[in-house]
Structures are given as C-alpha cells and as structure tokens.
Design a protein around this ligand. Structure first.
Ligand code: HEM
Length: 303
C-alpha cells in the first residue's frame, strides 16, 4: 500500500513518448528516402547513361562550370542519412529483447497468438539487426567515396569489390523493414483512418487495404532492386579487366568532340584573322609602295 502511495506521487515522464515520436519521425524520413533511393539506383535498368545522369545530378554538376559537380554534396547527404540511421537504430534498440530468455518467451507467445501484426514486429526486429551492420558498412563506403558513383565504378564495387552478397541481403532486409515500418506508422498514428476512398465500394477496412498496399510496394521495390543488382552485375563482370576506369558517356563524348571542334574552329578563326591582318598589312605596304612609286614618278615628271 505504501509503495502504491509512493508510486502515485512519482511524476509520469513524457520522455518515452517523445522518444517514440522521434523514432517514428526518423523512420518515416528513412522509409521515404529508401523509396527515392531505390528509384535513383534503379535508373541503371534504363541504361548506363540514365544512371550517370542521375549520379551527376546528385553531385549538382549542373551548377559547376566544368560539369564535374561537387562530390561534397553527396558527402553531406550521406552524412545526414547516416545520422538519422544511427538515431533511429539507437531508439529502436530500446525495444529489442535483451536476453535469449526474453527472446524465447516472445517467440512462444508469438506462436500461441498467431497474430499477423505481432509476426511483422518480429520481422522488423530481425531485419533491423541485419541492417545495423550491413547498412552501416554501405553508408561508410558511400561516405568515404562520395565522388565515386558512376555506372562503371558502382558496378565494379558490386562485382570486383565483392559487395553483391551484402547488397543482396541488405536489399531484402531494407525492403521488408521499410514497408512494414511505414505500414505500422500508418496504423499507429491512424493517418488514413479518415480517408474515405480507403473504405468505399466495399473495400476492405483500412488495415487490410494498407496491408495489401504494403505487400505490393514490397514486391515492386524488391523486383526493382533485384533487377538493378542484376544489371550492375552484368556491367561489373564485363568491366572486370578495366576496374577503376570511369564511365565516359556518349553525351560527354559528343560534348567533348563539339568543344574540340569549336576550339579548332576558333583556332581557325584566329589563323584566318591573322592571315587577314597580314594581307591587309601587305595591302597597306603595297599601297604605300604604290603611292611612293606614284609620287616619285610625279616628282620625276615635274623635273
Ligand atoms: C545518402 C545515402 C546513400 C547513398 C548516396 C547510396 C548510394 C547507393 C548507390 C550508388 C548504390 C549502387 C551500388 C554502389 O554504387 O555501390 C546503392 C545501392 C544500394 N543501397 Fe544505398 N545509398 C545510400 C543509403 C542507403 C541506405 C540507408 C540503405 C539501407 C540501409 C541503402 C541500401 C542499398 C541497397 C540495398 C543497395 C543495392 C540496391 C540494388 O542494386 O538492388 N542505401 N546505394
């Protein structure tokens, strides 16, 4: 009884709720970022030029006069994502089972309940554990090589630097974790509860609808990721004997040849101008000579 009275007097802390909010917020940003990331990386499916264009645009090449861009832009983007990733992971660790015993109790209750959303939570814990190591390794490589994203260098990384097993496992982990996370956020905060089209025409309730959406998004991004990984692998295998060589797109070749021609033309123009000057000087000289000759003849005639 005494302990109850003491507990009653303890002020309830708002910190756990705030940490939960922060975890949801960082999870939302990372989940949406991963969709954008997969679309950008997936541009390799459209060809090397498409991927190169995306990579150069991310380096803000359109802002630099040389067209080389600023790898620092990628560095700071990775740093931002890495920071969010660490904060999100640190907040998530609070909810991990902290001993094998706790884990076993959870597993046996999960088996008894046969509740799909509880199973999804378990998948999130396992994929989070995998991502903690593999995601950190990938982000560290990106952070330390920010100017090395182009179709050949990325494909070399996948094949010649043996990153493909890491990407394959990380792809499954991130796609499952991301879409389950976004689904759980929608359910937790009830974002779509009041959206009418989720329930009209005898559509299943929002939980079922969101689950269906989650499944489709997982399949879409997994298929895109696997296809991208396959294309990177083919390019990487073909490029094995030229590891480290940068991609020189057709576009930049055209640009180079155009600029070389323009330069040549302007050199020609300079030559022409020089020639024209020389001719005009010659003309002036001959005119001067003619006038001297003429005046001499006139003087001779006068005498
Ligand atoms: C701003 C941060 C990031 C950048 C700039 C970035 C960039 C890239 C690039 C260029 C590739 C192509 C392969 C390569 O060049 O090595 C790639 C692949 C991949 N990234 Fe990221 N990444 C970032 C963050 C993340 C995060 C946070 C994750 C998940 C934890 C992730 C997961 C993956 C996966 C799974 C692949 C393989 C995709 C495939 O080919 O199917 N990335 N990333």
């Amino acid at each position: 009884m005494e302990s109850l009275i003491i507990n009653d007097k303890i002020k309830k802390s708002r910190i756990p709720a705030r940490l939960d909010l922060l975890q949801s917020g960082t999870g939302l940003i990372l989940g949406l970022f991963m969709w954008v990331h997969m679309m950008l990386v997936g541009s390799i499916v459209l060809g090397k030029d498409a991927f190169n264009f995306v990579a150069k645009t991310m380096e803000l090449s359109f802002l630099s006069s040389t067209g080389h861009g600023y790898p620092a832009a990628v560095f700071f983007a990775v740093l931002g994502v890495f920071t969010l990733f660490i904060i999100h992971a640190a907040l998530g660790v609070r909810k991990f089972p902290i001993s094998w015993k706790q884990h076993e109790i959870f597993r046996s209750q999960m088996g008894m309940m046969k509740h799909e959303d509880t199973n999804l939570w378990y998948i999130q814990v396992i994929t989070a554990f995998i991502m903690f190591f593999l995601g950190s390794a990938h982000l560290f490589v990106m952070l330390t090589n920010p100017g090395q994203i182009d179709p050949y260098l990325s494909a070399d990384r996948v094949i010649s630097h043996n990153m493909w097993p890491l990407y394959l496992i990380l792809l499954f982990a991130v796609e499952l974790h991301g879409t389950i996370g976004l689904y759980r956020l929608c359910m937790k905060w009830g974002w779509f509860d009041k959206v009418r089209w989720f329930n009209e025409n005898n559509r299943p309730g929002s939980r079922q609808y969101l689950k269906m959406l989650k499944k489709r998004l997982t399949i879409f991004f997994l298929a895109l990721g696997l296809l991208a990984l396959l294309v990177f692998s083919v390019i990487g295998i073909r490029h094995k004997d030229r590891v480290g060589e940068r991609y020189n797109s057709g576009h930049s070749t055209v640009q180079t040849s155009v600029s070389v021609k323009t330069e040549a033309l302007s050199e020609d123009n300079i030559d022409n101008a020089a020639m024209a000057e020389a001719i005009s000087e010659e003309n002036t000289d001959s005119t001067d000579a003619a006038s001297v000759e003429k005046s001499t003849t006139t003087e001779e005639k006068a005498e």
